[in-house]
Design a protein around this ligand. Structure first.
Ligand code: CO
Length: 134
């Protein structure tokens, strides 16, 4: 597995895009709407290796990221690793006793398939698997 991205919960997407783009000088992508996850997101390209940041701004306080913001405030929310065959990897992890948030991979940002592992099984770090489909 390779690091794909680091998910960062933000309460103001435009302010975060300005911070990473204009202030820190990184390449910030467009805003994507993910209504099924009640999120607006924006990727930040960190260059070599392909890993990036995923800025996550909830559109509903009653969403996973909305609840995270309410309890912990803005900050690192999850780590995502790129895998080749997400469904096979989920089956392996389940067999190894890892608790899954998503038994089935579901559509994520820009056409990827994603699934989350439960932080109780991953040392308190919410962990996402990502399979790129292009
Ligand atoms: Co993510």
């Amino acid at each position: 597995m390779k690091l794909d991205h680091i998910g960062i919960a933000v309460d103001d997407l435009e302010a975060a895009r300005k911070l990473y783009g204009q202030v820190l000088g990184l390449a910030v992508g467009p805003v994507e709407e993910l209504p099924e996850r009640k999120l607006r997101i924006s990727f930040v390209d960190l260059g070599a290796g392909g890993a990036g940041l995923e800025l996550l701004c909830p559109t509903d306080p009653d969403s996973a990221v909305g609840k995270f913001l309410a309890s912990k405030g803005p900050g690192v929310q999850h780590l995502a690793y790129r895998v080749e065959d997400i469904q096979a990897r989920l089956a392996e992890l389940k067999a190894a006793g890892v608790r899954l948030v998503d038994e089935q991979a579901r559509p994520g940002a820009h056409g990827c398939l994603v699934a989350f592992l439960h932080p109780k099984s991953t040392g308190g770090v919410l962990t996402e698997l990502v399979q790129h489909t292009h």
